[in-house]
Design a binder for this molecule. Structure first.
Ligand code: 6PG
Length: 228
């Protein structure tokens, strides 16, 4: 809520990239209830950090999750919602199309990256975020905004924003909960393993805020939570 109101006050609009996975569902529900009447939905523009290579009606679709838990419950115009066209059987073409959507919406010059007001991210037990998985090709991307990223363990492509876009944001907020995330969170926040191994480590906004919203279970392995 603070990020939304600050962005509208300072820049006239609020651009947010939603996260996939299950952890954001409760946040979406809170936004659709407690905050329903106190957010500038008409000045809010929705994007996604990543998407599974499935149509928007598929149970695995991050868009579908957001539609069911948030977008269908708030007064937001369809013109303010920019989903990843993952129904395209060609994942690379879907990524290219979304890149053009971002370039147009943010009126980017060549070589420029969009500055989202807020990017919400999750983290997997392996330390991946968005669809930036350990050892995957997308981690090397320096100029594209959106890529199709082959994920060997799922034997599928994912479509994901790239690290330069994540690190250009005004604010990035991770939502991480559960003991199954504790080892990865310790590795990301306190470990010295390379970012290749724990991609969430590579999310370091160059001129923006980085916020970790974690529950006690996920934080249980962190030195800062250990009794001194
Ligand atoms: C996705 C996400 C992914 C997710 C993590 C955590 O498409 O799956 O964008 O990066 O945030 O896998 O998922 P959970 O919240 O379900 O633990």
């Amino acid at each position: 809520m603070r990020a939304a109101n600050e962005a509208v006050a300072q820049r006239g609009r609020f651009t947010i990239a939603l996260s996939g996975g299950s952890t954001p569902k409760n946040l979406h529900t809170l936004l659709a209830t407690n905050a329903r009447n106190s957010l500038p939905w008409d000045r809010t523009f929705f994007f996604w950090g990543d998407e599974r290579h499935v149509p928007p009606t598929d149970p695995d679709s991050n868009y579908r999750m957001a539609e069911e838990t948030l977008l269908s419950k708030i007064p937001v115009a369809a013109a303010n919602v920019f989903r990843i066209p993952a129904e395209n059987p060609d994942a690379a073409a879907a990524a290219e199309a979304y890149e053009q959507t971002l370039r147009k919406f943010f009126a980017l010059q060549p070589g420029q990256f969009p500055r989202f007001d807020l990017i919400l991210l999750g983290m997997g037990p392996d330390g991946h975020t968005a669809s930036l998985f350990p050892g995957s090709a997308a981690l090397q991307e320096k100029s594209r905004l959106v890529v199709a990223n082959w994920v060997e363990k799922f034997k599928t492509n994912r479509i994901t924003l790239t690290l330069p876009v994540l690190n250009a944001a005004y604010c990035v907020a991770f939502l991480v909960s559960g003991t199954e995330k504790a080892a990865a969170l310790r590795a990301v926040l306190e470990g010295d393993a390379p970012g290749e191994q724990y991609p969430s480590k590579l999310v370091r906004p160059t001129d923006g805020k980085l916020i970790w919203l974690v529950d006690r279970a996920a934080a249980s392995g962190l030195k800062l939570t250990q009794p001194h």
